[in-house]
Design a protein around this ligand. Structure first.
Ligand code: MN
Length: 236
């Protein structure tokens, strides 16, 4: 049978050393740093035992913007915000069932750094009404991402920092040691909800310091010693 519309192209993220990572889905984690949860007015868990369940949401796969490309200022917002985040790339289809932490970590093929761009005004309005966050989070060009670096070349993530500079000024800085749910925790939790597949990406949540972006802003996001993401917000 013939397609009645053109088939969509699979979004692809370059991988350091060669090749690309075809993106299937983008999972995102909310409130994964206590300092950011507090700045958003949410209660932060006092300990791992009290952390409850992580907050998950999605972006469409074609929200990806590759390193160096311009990001058009989105429609329907007056308050576009930056959130710098660790990005985890899954390289293997998960076995059936809930994954233990070793199985969860074994799915990870690569890491990068990305921005969870957010229409904060739309998200805040949705939150106030108890409605879903989709229009605040899952819009076109809302997921700029660095090249991916194979996990075998990254080593231990635990003490690495995330940073974001806007026009040369530091706006966000956090340590991955402060994640409420670390990478195997999150993949374990996702496996309760979804059959995880090769090509899935996970944006792991942002530290404190989120704030506005305007057309003309240049951003440099970094996962310390691993990857860097550069780009600019342009008038649409
Ligand atoms: Mn986020």
């Amino acid at each position: 049978m013939t397609d009645i519309v053109p088939a969509p192209q699979t979004p692809r993220v370059p991988v350091r050393g060669g090749g690309t990572f075809p993106v299937r889905r983008i999972f995102c984690v909310g409130r994964n740093f206590a300092d950011h949860a507090k700045e958003m007015g949410a209660a932060a868990p006092a300990s791992k035992a009290e952390r409850g369940q992580p907050v998950f949401f999605h972006k469409p796969a074609d929200a990806i913007v590759i390193n160096g490309a311009d990001v058009p200022y989105p429609s329907a917002t007056q308050d576009l915000h930056h959130e710098v985040e660790l990005v985890v790339a899954l390289g293997t289809d998960a076995p059936p069932g809930v994954l233990d932490h070793a199985q969860a970590q074994a799915l990870v093929i690569a890491y990068g750094v990305g921005l969870d761009l957010t229409r904060r005004d739309l998200q805040a309005a949705a939150k106030a009404k108890g409605l879903p966050w989709d229009t605040g989070k899952g819009f076109d060009h809302s997921a700029p991402i660095s090249e991916l670096v194979l996990a075998e070349h990254v080593g231990d993530l635990a003490s690495r920092s995330l940073t974001l500079d806007i026009n040369g000024t530091r706006r966000q800085q956090g340590s991955l040691a402060d994640l409420i749910w670390d990478v195997p925790d999150i993949v374990h939790e996702l496996s309760k909800l979804y059959a995880l597949r090769a090509g899935d990406l996970v944006f792991m949540g942002t530290p404190a310091g989120v704030g506005p972006l305007v057309a003309g802003d240049h951003f440099v996001a970094a996962l310390e010693g691993v990857a860097e993401l550069k780009g600019a917000i342009v008038a649409s």
